[in-house]
Every structure is written in C-alpha cells, then in structure tokens.
Design a protein around this ligand. Structure first.
Ligand code: 7TS
Length: 410
C-alpha cells in the first residue's frame, strides 16, 4: 500500500525551509533546478570536514583510509539505489551534464563514424543536446530527433523511421524538466537495441522522483545529479561494465592511471579510470546520506506524494483564467512539476512578483529551448515539487498568481 508522505514533518528536517524571506515563510517550488538539503546531508558534509577530511586512494594513515572507505561506500549506496550489477559501473562526476559529456567524448569519439546517426529528442535539456551536436559535427554524423506531441510527450509514431540501422546512439530524457512527461523508455530502448544502438538516459529529473532500476530498464548509460535529489553538488554516470571497460578515459590525470611513463600510460580499473584528479569527496559522502534519507521515505512514496501534489496543482491552476499548463494530462505520464504560461504576462514578471510573496519558481526556457521553439514560447514559468512541499503551498502559489493577474489587469 502506498503511504503518503507527511510533508509537514519532513519540512522540519530542512533548515533552509524554516526561514522567512521578505518577512514571509519560504515557499520553495524550484526543486527541478536544485533540491533543498535535509539536516542529515548537511551533517554528513560537516562531519566529514570536521573529522575525516583527507585525500582518498593514496593515504596510508587512518584518516585517509576512513575517507576512502566512506567515499567508496557512498558509491555502493548509489549502486544499490539504482540496482546496478556492480559498484564498478558507478562513476562519480561533477553533475549530470559532465556524465553525459563523458559518454559523448569517450564512447562517442571511439564509436561514431561519418554517416552514422545519433538520435536525440525534442524534450531534451541542453546538456543532452549540445554534447551530441559537438560529436556529430566532429565526426560527420547526422543528428536526428524524435518530435514532441501536443501534450509535450514524445511522439513515437515514426519511431521505426527515426531509429534505423544507421543509428548508433539514442540519447533521451527519462522525464522532461518542462512538461514533466515521463518517457516510455521500454519501447525506445527495445527499438534502439533491435538496431544495435546504445541508449543514454538522462535521469536528472527522474532519479530524484521515481524508483529507478537500471537493470530492469536495460539502459546502457544513465546520468543524474545528486543536487536534485537532496544531495550535494555531485553527479553520477552509470554505464554497463562491458561498455565502460572498452572505452578510453575522458579526462587524464592522477588516480585514473595504473602506470605513467614519460611517453605512455596505462589505465586504472573501473570506475577509477574515469575519475581523474581529486574528486568531490565530501559531496559523494553527502550523497550517501541523501540516499539514506530517500530510502527511508521510500521512492514509491516519493512518487505517490508528487502525483498527489501535481494533481492538486493542475486542478487549482486550471482555475486561473488565461493560464495554460504544458504537459500530459494523464498523471501516470507526468512528474511533479507544472510549467505554464499566462497570456500577456512575461514569465520573468510572474516570478519576480511571486518572489515578493517568498515563492520561488523558475522562469525562462529551462535550458530546453528546442521544446520552447516547438511551443512557440520564448519562456515559461515553472513550479516544481518535492518531498517537502504541501498542498497549502500550492494554494499560496495560486493566490499569488491571481494577484499577478490583478496587477496586470488581465
Ligand atoms: N537534464 C535534465 C532533464 C535537467 O533538468 C537538468 C537540469 C540537467 C540535465 C542538467 O543537470 P546538471 O545538474 O548537470 O546541471 N535542469 C535544470 C532545470 O530544469 N532548472 O535548472 C536546472
């Protein structure tokens, strides 16, 4: 049975939510950009710096061994969280963007040739578009895309004509950061694998909000960011071991090597081959604390909570005249966010006015310009929800939006 989360008590774990902004309680509705952090994650960072700080993988002394053990233990927590087969398949990166670039530079440069096709989609964040443009240009490959439909989902009618024998790689989001559309990955991955293409999944919006099982999914690479899932600023790349083994390094430097001679070097074992230089040690350890927090809530419950919130938000936002929400109407197909436009009012004005009520929303193209071009909108406003948000905050959002309308006489 799905247990709804008690957001009021969850809020008490988040120090930042206890403050007043402009003299009013903070209403944080921008978790799709970055989530807030619970006390336990902040404590993990604090404790690390106060008691354990040392560089990893090289110290012989106790502190360094403890730091290494905690860093590697957090990697195993990520492995379990996404049900990867081995901890060697988990590479720490700076963020989802760097994880996607790692695949483009390392796998892409080794495997993409002139005339090959790379398939992306109209729903992608720029970080899952630009690396593939750079790669396609460098190699003389062709970049194709899967279009969106009227509800901001992927239009899969022409899938077999878009993904063909020439396709070598499909890069696709698991959840749109604008429409919230959840991608039917099973169908896409089956088609890609049928033609021998690999699939790179951008799970930056999915990993924080949905149960994610990379083995069940059978994706070849999956990228996400810790900072969107209650953790610090660190990222993760999951890759199937055989693929990672066969790939050349991305960045060169310390830690990623086995031996270095003046003219040539050999590479360390996975995943260290892809972790050049001193990594974000405290952040990785903090990510372990974030995973503990999410596991205690249960990802099924996180999802159920957000479905409730977005259902309520869609119902209340529909009562605001001239306001149009983008994205699927079927709740099973969308995540916990609502991007919208209000006719005649620029999203930046909406966000600035809401800020006076201490309501944080995002306004702009959300790094998804192709999708905004498709909608013929330069920008949208977006409210995004997480475990600490309540229906009362949605009431406050809607009340402020009515104020915005009144100010603009619309
Ligand atoms: N992919 C998706 C789907 C995203 O939403 C984002 C960030 C990224 C990739 C990049 O993540 P990063 O951690 O590497 O920066 N999305 C947003 C957003 O919607 N508002 O601010 C950042």
């Amino acid at each position: 049975m799905k247990v709804p989360l008690n957001a009021s008590s969850i809020r008490e774990d988040f120090p930042i939510l206890q403050q007043l902004v402009h003299g009013k309680p903070l209403v944080y509705l921008d978790s799709a950009a970055t989530s807030q952090k619970p006390e336990s994650v902040i404590d993990a960072l604090d404790t690390y710096y106060r008691t354990t700080n040392a560089n990893i993988h090289r110290g012989i002394y106790q502190l360094a061994e403890q730091a290494t053990a905690q860093y590697e233990n957090a990697r195993k927590q990520v492995q379990q969280f996404i049900n990867a087969k081995s901890w060697r398949e988990i590479v720490w990166t700076r963020n989802a963007t760097e994880a996607l670039n790692l695949v483009a530079y390392s796998w892409g440069r080794q495997n993409i040739r002139a005339g090959d096709e790379i398939v992306i989609t109209m729903l992608e964040h720029h970080s899952n578009i630009v690396p593939w443009q750079l790669l396609a240009r460098e190699k003389g490959a062709t970049l194709k895309h899967i279009p969106a439909d009227g509800q901001g989902r992927l239009a899969l009618d022409d899938l077999d004509r878009i993904i063909t024998e020439k396709t070598k790689l499909v890069a696709v989001t698991m959840m749109s950061n604008v429409t919230g559309a959840i991608t039917p990955l099973d169908q896409l991955i089956a088609r890609a694998h049928a033609v021998g293409a690999i699939v790179v999944v951008d799970a930056a919006q999915a990993a924080p909000h949905l149960p994610l099982d990379v083995r069940a999914l059978d994706a070849d690479f999956v990228a996400f960011s810790g900072h969107k899932m209650l953790g610090p600023f660190v990222g993760v790349l999951y890759g199937k071991r055989a693929l990672l083994e066969a790939m050349p390094p991305f960045l060169g430097g310390g830690d990623m090597i086995r031996q270095v001679h003046l003219q040539e070097s050999s590479w360390n074992d996975l995943p260290h081959k892809f972790e050049a230089g001193t990594p974000a040690i405290a952040e990785a350890i903090g990510m372990g604390a974030a995973i503990d927090y999410l596991n205690a809530l249960g990802m099924e419950n996180v999802r159920a909570h957000e479905v409730q919130l977005v259902a309520y938000a869609l119902q209340k936002l529909a009562e605001v005249p001239t306001l149009r929400v983008l994205g699927p109407t079927n709740l099973a197909e969308r995540g916990g966010l609502a991007a919208f436009e209000m006719q005649g009012i620029h999203p930046h004005d909406i966000a600035a006015i809401l800020d006076r009520d201490a309501i944080c929303i995002r306004a702009g193209h959300h790094c998804a310009q192709p999708l905004h071009e498709y909608y013929d909108l330069p920008a949208t406003a977006r409210a995004s929800f997480y475990v600490y948000n309540t229906p009362e905050e949605i009431d406050q959002l809607v009340a402020s939006l009515h104020k915005v309308r009144a100010m603009f006489n619309i």
